[in-house]
Design a protein around this ligand. Structure first.
Ligand code: HEM
Ligand code: HEM
Ligand SMILES: [Fe+2]
Length: 449
């Protein structure tokens, strides 16, 4: 850690990991309800558990991004953060909002609209926190060195924060409601978050492989250009059946097909950098997560996204377990694994210790990734059968669900592996072995520098 204010990131990462635990446990309970439908139904109904699962996911991923920004921006722009105090204030606002949202959900208060269920006051809190964040990082970068990595990171964070405004626009007209909803949901994960992902990935690869900055920057610009070119009009793949004009079927199909390109490029980028790099960095776990993230993102978002994105296919598969299969692998690969890569890289420095518990961390990678892959396959099989029985044959929804129970049992098993992996990961980040504490001094440079 070169700059004192990078320490802010530590608290963001801790909060993110705590919510990560809540998120996967919530998923496991939701998965069990699919096996045993009356489980907890009187106490906390499925829809509430589902909200906690998906909201915790989004909030911890954002906390991770904020932490990543606070960690890497001082290093890139070669100066301390503009205001560490504001960064802590922002964290407190976000945590109060999170507790407020969960509390409201538990007593049944929510705004509907998947992912955006937060009560209005929480939405305002998030807006205020986002503005504080933008001010803080922008002032830091403006006063310091500007690199391609900070430029792209800032562009992504500014755009994603501005898109949050659409979370407040909820017209009575259901078509317009859905349209604005996708402005947030799609343009986050398939445009602006991709820029954040590309910037963080570039930072990690720069540090871990020792490749020249100019090479990293060239890749970064091409990835950003293809992501925005494809992702913005790619929103059309959600406009097929919600009452918008028919031309979206072609615009959406064509442009969302191009969305595969930036994910393919990010995967190639990671492998080419490792292949070209000369550095033998001691933090192997961070490298594994970086490679794993870009690879699984290509399969989850690119391959599993393309699988159902053409309107002729989506006509049948829309809203089935195929969608859930894709949603899980894409979110896991692109954003969960990327955050865990950054945590694996940053935590040893933030806690001034060797890249510790590497083996445990890598075991957690394979457990989580294996579990997620298995869950994706199982849900894809379930979704294929569901699509056929429900959309082709015309059987009733609930009858079809009954015949899918074996898949839901297997999904629960896969989910349990993911949860164990997640807990192992958190343990490997937090528990220090004695021989891994670094006694500061020239003989023990902080790893990763
Ligand atoms: C880091 C890992 C995970 C990520 C990124 C993730 C992500 C998501 C997302 C994005 C959704 C909404 C899906 C959609 O609308 O199509 C969802 C729902 C769900 N997830 Fe997860 N999840 C994770 C872990 C788990 C685990 C471990 C389980 C355990 C079985 C699980 C079970 C579920 C269930 C049952 C739903 C509700 C599906 C439905 O309503 O049909 N998830 N998850
Ligand atoms: C990391 C990037 C991505 C993430 C995190 C992601 C996540 C998701 C999630 C959670 C949903 C379910 C939304 C809901 O209805 O509740 C979804 C739907 C969808 N995604 Fe993605 N996605 C990503 C990239 C892509 C890409 C690149 C494509 C196309 C090539 C794609 C195609 C689709 C389609 C067509 C749907 C609608 C499915 C339906 O009609 O039910 N996604 N995505
Ligand atoms: Fe989309």
């Amino acid at each position: 850690m070169k700059y004192q204010s990078q320490k802010v990131a530590y608290w963001y990462i801790l909060a993110a990991m705590a919510l990560f635990g809540v998120q996967v446990l919530g998923g496991l309970v939701a998965g069990w309800i699919y096996v045993s439908p009356n489980f907890l139904s009187e106490l906390i109904p499925f829809n509430v558990i589902r909200m906690i699962h998906t909201n915790a996911l989004i909030v911890w991923l954002l906390l991770g991004f904020f932490g990543a920004a606070y960690f890497l921006i001082p290093e890139e722009s070669e100066r301390e953060l503009w205001s560490p105090k504001l960064a802590y204030l922002q964290l407190i606002i976000l945590l109060v909002g999170t507790l407020g949202a969960v509390g409201s959900y538990l007593v049944g208060i929510h705004g509907g609209r998947e992912f955006l269920e937060q009560p209005l006051w929480v939405k305002f809190g998030i807006l205020v926190a986002a503005l504080i964040f933008l001010l803080n990082i922008s002032m830091t970068v403006l006063a310091g060195k500007k690199t391609a990595i900070t430029n792209v990171l800032l562009l992504g964070l500014w755009l994603l924060s501005l898109l949050w405004v659409f979370a407040f626009i909820n017209p009575d007209n259901l078509s317009l409601d859905k349209m604005y909803w996708w402005f947030v949901v799609h343009l986050w994960v398939e445009a602006t978050w991709e820029l954040v992902m590309a910037a963080i990935l570039a930072f990690l690869l720069l540090k871990l492989t020792g490749v020249d900055r100019e090479v990293v920057e060239k890749w970064l610009y091409v990835i950003v250009a293809t992501a925005l070119f494809s992702g913005i009009l790619g929103t059309g793949h959600h406009f097929y059946w919600i009452g918008l004009p028919e031309y979206w079927q072609w615009v959406g199909s064509i442009f969302s097909t191009f969305e595969v390109i930036p994910f393919f490029l990010m995967m190639s980028f990671a492998f080419v950098m490792v292949w070209k790099g000369r550095k033998n960095h001691p933090n192997k776990a961070a490298l594994l997560w970086s490679l794993g993230s870009s690879t699984v993102a290509f399969f989850g978002a690119g391959v599993w996204g393309f699988l159902h994105t053409l309107h002729g296919v989506n006509f049948y598969s829309h809203g089935t377990q195929i969608t859930a299969a894709h949603g899980h692998l894409a979110f896991y690969g692109a954003y969960v694994a990327l955050n865990l890569a950054l945590f694996s890289y940053a935590m040893p420095m933030l806690r001034e210790r060797a890249p510790y518990n590497q083996v445990l961390n890598m075991v957690s990678f394979w457990l989580m990734t294996g579990g997620m892959a298995f869950m994706t396959f199982v849900l894809t099989f379930a979704g294929t059968i569901q699509t056929h029985m429900q959309r082709v044959v015309g059987d009733y929804y609930m009858d079809v669900q009954d015949s899918l129970s074996v898949f839901y049992l297997m999904r629960f098993g896969a989910g349990a592996a993911v949860v164990i992996g997640a807990l192992l990961f958190i343990y490997s980040m937090l528990v220090v072995r004695k021989d891994e504490v670094i006694a500061p001094g020239p003989a023990n440079p902080v790893p990763g520098e």
